[in-house]
Design a protein around this ligand. Structure first.
Ligand code: XIL
Length: 494
């Protein structure tokens, strides 16, 4: 069926052209954002996070908690969520210490990186005594139980930690887990996805911070996983660094990003003695330069909290004073985060203006997200149409918590909805009365100043189907592949 063309479109376009032009001029004239005063706020300007790893034993120390609360918006447990901590006896779980960290983080409005589901170190004694299928089954059970317990509370899980060797050949590390079969890593990722479909699933390792045999081994694994549909969303680069930074540090992040996975710097600490402040700035700039590098975590807050005794590798001294490395990091975040005032930095506790109305312009087609045929009915399809700033092209974001938003039409008052809660590629996006369903909630990722809307129930991105550029092109969900037809510019118009 060919839908009836809508009337008055051309007139409306002409009538609003002047206003649109004026708006663009106004946006360009806006001053750059004021510099943020904390690491978390500075990172949030570009839709990124800045995190720290903390131990539950520090939570009673007010000077520590107030400093951590002030500066960071992502938290990792240093040891409390590792296998030996969470499953000290087989199939008997112990979440008390992990919960202390997760609850402190969430009560203070922070997100949590889960670290780590499977690792050859810090395995409980009983698991060290297993091998073969008994170990494989125990490992998968561990992944399933822990990821299920923390379901909905974890931004990203380090599903597998340090599974590659330092042998200069990019081989897998020889470990009891590896000896259960080379597919142990993908089995772990599949189990984690089943247990918590909304957590990002990461592979995490060290000595992978430049382009070398080990990072290439990981790269080839991720590429293979993507090709075969093994669920992997992110790669963590621990970045326990000495006194010099690999010259290809950024290029290495970029090549992983180009595979379509998010990259995260997960355990950053840098030996004092070289130019620590410059190195911190360089790492920060490298992440900011890579669109899919979504955050940095330092492995401890003060030098006295570090596992690298004597290295003084962190951003605060033992008394909680800011070091030069702190200032260089903050400045780098501020410099990189204030480049595009037309797009508010959304994602995860960031600053979408929930009072504003936005037009969402597709990066590929230049057309706007539009309620087709000015419908106010449930089930009306959402399409793209030449931008005219009409009410059917204006959308408001409602914060539904945990980093998710609903997207409400100004015309109909209804919200974007993945039809019939589908999880399939190609399912249409329609409008529906707000029922707060997971198929009406979207997380927001930023790429180069554009946003992606990721449906909570399916994990898929809202896109213009087939990268169409015509008026009436369908808007559907599809697996996130970083396409420009999956990216939208947020233009605030009221
Ligand atoms: C370290 C902790 O900081 C220490 O407290 C613990 O004794 C050993 O583990 N790579 C990782 C982290 O992935 O889990 C490690 O953390 C540091 C190296």
């Amino acid at each position: 069926m060919i839908p009836t063309p809508r009337r008055g479109r051309r007139a409306l376009v002409a009538a609003t052209l002047a206003a649109t032009t004026a708006l663009v001029g106004l946006v360009a004239a806006m001053p750059a954002q004021a510099a943020a005063g904390t690491l978390g706020a500075a990172a949030a300007q570009s839709g990124r996070y800045y995190g720290a790893a903390i131990g539950a034993d520090r939570l009673g120390e007010t000077s520590f908690t107030s400093l951590t609360n002030r500066e960071f918006n992502m938290i990792t447990a240093v040891n409390e969520m590792k296998w030996d901590a969470t499953e000290p006896n087989q199939n008997s779980f112990s979440y008390g210490r992990g919960d202390q960290i997760v609850n402190w983080a969430r009560n203070n409005g922070k997100q949590v990186r889960g670290h780590a589901l499977l690792w050859h170190n810090q395995m409980p004694g009983w698991a060290k005594n297993l091998s073969g299928s008994a170990l494989r089954n125990a490992a998968i059970n561990h992944v399933t139980k822990v990821a299920t317990y923390y379901k909905g509370k974890i931004h990203s899980w380090d599903v597998v930690n340090e599974a590659f060797a330092d042998d200069g050949r990019g081989s897998r590390r020889d470990s009891s887990l590896q000896r259960t079969g080379n597919d142990w890593i993908e089995a772990a990722f599949r189990a984690a996805r089943n247990a918590d479909p909304n957590a990002k699933l990461c592979y995490n390792d060290y000595n992978t911070d430049g382009i070398n045999a080990k990072s290439t081994g990981v790269y080839n694994m991720v590429k293979d996983f993507k090709a075969r549909g093994v669920p992997i969303d992110c790669v963590g680069f621990q970045s326990h660094l000495g006194t010099s930074l690999q010259s290809d540090y950024q290029a290495n992040l970029q090549r992983f990003s180009d595979l379509g996975v998010e990259v995260q710097i997960t355990e950053l600490d840098i030996q004092q003695g070289g130019n620590q402040a410059n190195m911190y700035a360089a790492v920060t700039k490298a992440c900011l330069a890579v669109s899919r590098c979504k955050g940095i975590t330092v492995w401890g807050v003060r030098d006295t909290d570090s596992w690298r005794t004597g290295a003084n590798p962190l951003l605060f001294d033992g008394s909680g004073n800011k070091k030069a490395a702190y200032t260089s990091t903050l400045n780098a975040l501020n410099a990189g985060g204030s480049t595009n005032p037309t797009t508010p930095p959304p994602s995860n506790g960031g600053s979408i203006d929930t009072n504003a109305w936005y037009v969402l312009v597709n990066r590929n087609s230049g057309k706007a997200l539009d309620v087709y045929n000015l419908s106010t009915a449930d089930g009306a399809p959402i399409k793209q149409w030449s931008r005219n700033n009409g009410n059917q092209q204006q959308w408001q974001f409602t914060d539904s918590g945990n980093g998710y938003y609903q997207v409400k039409s100004r015309l109909s008052g209804k919200v974007l909805d993945v039809t019939a809660k589908s999880t399939a590629d190609g399912a249409i996006i329609e409008q529906w009365t707000d029922n707060d369903g997971a198929n009406q909630q979207f997380s927001i990722q930023t790429i180069d100043g554009y946003i992606q809307l990721i449906a909570r129930n399916s994990g898929k991105a809202v896109e213009v189907q087939g990268a169409s550029t015509v008026d009436g092109g369908n808007v559907v969900q599809y697996s996130d592949w970083n396409g420009t037809n999956q990216q939208w510019q947020l233009v605030k118009i009221g």
